[in-house]
Design a protein around this ligand. Structure first.
Ligand code: ARG
Length: 464
């Protein structure tokens, strides 16, 4: 190590030739993993403290190393650090600079650790922070949705199945369904913290170490909750990366489904919503256009997140234990997924805030397509004490009649209805009114105004 000059790799005594330049260009990960410099230095500081506490290095060496590491951190903070791709990654770049700054004592730092546990430690610390950031953005989106729901309690639109008008609902109920999705995402990310909180530091290359290290000490100082159990599994394991990429994919998929719905609602055929001008773009040829590019971006980016998940699944498939270079790509996938989701959540929140709701058009649409037919059938069951299957048949005949006469259910008069079944009366028909329909769904989780109001208040209290 004493002969470690800046232009030599640490293995240059063993490996006589410089690595192929072509390979250095693609095999180096410094341009990706330099993003981990804070975590790397933090991990090295705690490792150094532990080596001293365990009497593996002297006080003098510890202090020199800590001085050097802090100096390197400030160089990188101030963008004065020169990265060198021939040093492969952030770990080797920092170690090499430490040699320049403090000389041969830098060689003590890598006692009882390997880059294999080092990179995992850095990445897990970084991911814990990123999960936290995503959580905050999810809270922001959920609050916006709750606010939209509050403002649209009495906005009625058709709910769809098969994109055919099904039953009238409150728009607030729709927004609250989105709240459920993002609350599940929050939970999923939170659950991922359990494995992110297991400390890999100290498993070294793959079998542990004969040095009397204290993994519980580094666990505490690095704010993990326990050391990992098995050194081989630790350096091979990327399940926590897969969990993260999966969680990002599910969250993006939620954004994508809602975006698609909003794109449909924004179409000239539906015209349920418009987007504020800062959320649309124009056409280079068609002067009239206002295109919902923001929503299309959100829908499209989901493909990028899925790509990262599938890439990582493919990388680990068939990979024997323990560490292989193949695994190096994990960070790029995590960073890309994180950045994409972060941008998506920010833009999605703006879109939700910038929705212009065309309430009359929504209400008009809710009146089309016989959306209260189920209410009519239900009402017959209650008033005539008949089975639902019987009332379903009678109602189908009424719908057929309305369709033939080109009328809505509400427009049919009693005589017309009685021609289908003599037992029908006005009380039964009145139930087939849009507002009644929405407000009658008082079953837990249903769309009645009262239900939604309660749920908004409950979830507003719970969100943090
Ligand atoms: N840059 C490497 C990676 O991210 C660090 C671990 C290298 N370990 C090794 N044995 N080559 O995977």
């Amino acid at each position: 190590m004493g002969k470690n000059k800046n232009n030599y790799t640490v293995w240059s005594t063993r490996i006589k030739k410089q690595t192929s330049n072509n390979f250095i260009k693609v095999g180096s990960s410094i341009n990706i993993d330099k993003r981990l410099y804070k975590e790397d230095i933090k991990g090295s500081i705690v490792h150094t403290d532990m080596l001293y506490k365990q009497k593996i290095i002297s006080l003098k060496v510890k202090e020199k190393i800590l001085w050097g590491l802090n100096r390197i951190k400030s160089e990188i903070d101030k963008k004065k650090f020169k990265y060198d791709i021939s040093k492969e990654d952030i770990h080797m770049n920092i170690e090499s600079r430490l040699f320049e700054l403090i000389g041969d004592d830098a060689g003590f730092l890598h006692t009882a650790r390997s880059r294999n546990d080092q990179v995992l430690t850095d990445l897990k610390i970084w991911m814990k922070g990123s999960v936290n950031e995503i959580d905050k953005l999810l809270v922001r989106v959920i609050k916006t949705l709750l606010n939209n729901a509050e403002k649209n309690l009495k906005t009625i639109l058709p709910g769809f199945t098969h994109l055919k008008n099904a039953q009238p609902i409150s728009l607030a109920h729709y927004f609250m369904s989105c709240v459920e999705m993002f609350n599940r995402d929050k939970k999923r990310f939170k659950n991922s913290l359990e494995s992110l909180n297991e400390n890999p530091l100290g498993v070294c290359a793959m079998s542990g170490t004969s040095f009397k290290i204290d993994r519980w000490y580094t666990t505490k100082k690095l704010k993990f909750s326990k050391p990992t159990n098995n050194s081989i599994d630790t350096v091979s394991d990327r399940d926590f990366v897969l969990d993260f990429l999966y969680n990002v994919s599910i969250c993006s998929m939620h954004i994508s489904r809602i975006s698609e719905e909003l794109i449909i609602w924004n179409s000239d055929q539906f015209n349920f919503i418009n987007l504020k001008d800062n959320l649309v773009t124009g056409s280079s040829i068609m002067p009239q256009k206002k295109n919902p590019d923001t929503l299309e971006y959100l829908r499209g980016k989901t493909g990028v997140s899925y790509g990262s998940l599938i890439s990582m699944l493919t990388i680990v498939k068939g990979l024997p234990l323990s560490y292989f270079k193949d695994l190096q790509d994990d960070k790029e996938l995590v960073f890309n997924s994180f950045d994409t989701l972060k941008n998506s959540l920010l833009i999605f929140d703006e879109v939700l805030k910038g929705l212009i709701i065309n309430k009359h058009i929504m209400l008009g649409a809710a009146n089309k397509g016989y959306t209260t037919a189920t209410d009519l059938a239900d009402s017959m069951v209650k008033n005539l004490k008949i089975t639902f299957r019987e009332s379903y048949k009678i109602t189908s005949k009424i719908v057929n009649l309305a369709e033939r006469l080109n009328l809505s259910l509400e427009d049919l008069n009693l005589d017309q209805v009685k021609s289908i079944d003599k037992r029908l009366n006005n009380e039964i028909l009145e139930q087939a009114n849009i507002k009644n329909s929405v407000n009658s769904k008082k079953s837990y989780g249903g769309t009645s105004f009262e239900n939604i109001k309660k749920m908004i208040n409950k979830l507003k209290k719970e969100i943090k």
